[in-house]
Design a protein around this ligand. Sequence first.
Ligand SMILES: *Cc1c(COP(=O)(O)O)cnc(C)c1O
Length: 241
Amino acid sequence: MTTIEQRLRAVQARVAAAAKAAGRDPASVRLLAVSKTWPADAVREAAAAGQRAFGENYVQEGVAKVEALRGSMPKEGLDGPLEWHFIGPLQSNKTRSVANAFDWVHSIDRLKIAERLSAQRDVHLPPLNVCIQVNVSGEDSKSGVAPDEAAALAKAVAALPRLRLRGLMCIPEPTDDAALLRSRFALLRALKAELADEGLVLDTLSMGMSHDVEPAVAEGATMVRVGTAIFGERTRPAAQA
Ligand SMILES: *Cc1c(COP(=O)(O)O)cnc(C)c1O
């Protein structure tokens, strides 16, 4: 087994154990492999081990990787095409390539970005799946809409024709305080429940990374975004968006 395959299996086991500990079906949590800074060959290796969904943070790097891998995957032993998720900060002058190269965008925090993605999504493609990124830590420096503005943004985004609002996403501040992390993830879960009460039913909570998969799954994550624990420590700083 390759190193990437071994690490992938270990992460799958962590997710499954966390789900079972929370009384959840392990199949209710999807694993997104965050391949930012890693070459297309690393994605091929993970794909050969069965991984389908990949996350990228940087527009130029991500689009180049999507295009490098499109149609180049060996068909044998694979169960369908790769699914690409954009999870990084997105500026309005970069929306067009993201709208057409990716299947999902997790980092919507302004209506203007969502409107551009909807207008620019190719009519021949299915609607772009999106999540609203919520700033659950209240830090000025972090992207994401404030929790008390999330519902209004979600309703506006849900009305856009070429987008399909799937859920909420968060990146808590880095901390070893397990109780604090749980409370951040619990806030996102509560926001999703509030939206459901108001008639906006969403199926996705995108939360949890290499170091906090367990608390995220305990609080209801349906998609965890894991990079380092699958591909290893990133050796170069990621290119800028
Ligand atoms: C890099 C990144 C991840 C993965 O982080 P790891 O700690 O490497 O697992 C997840 N989500 C987002 C938004 C990221 O930028």
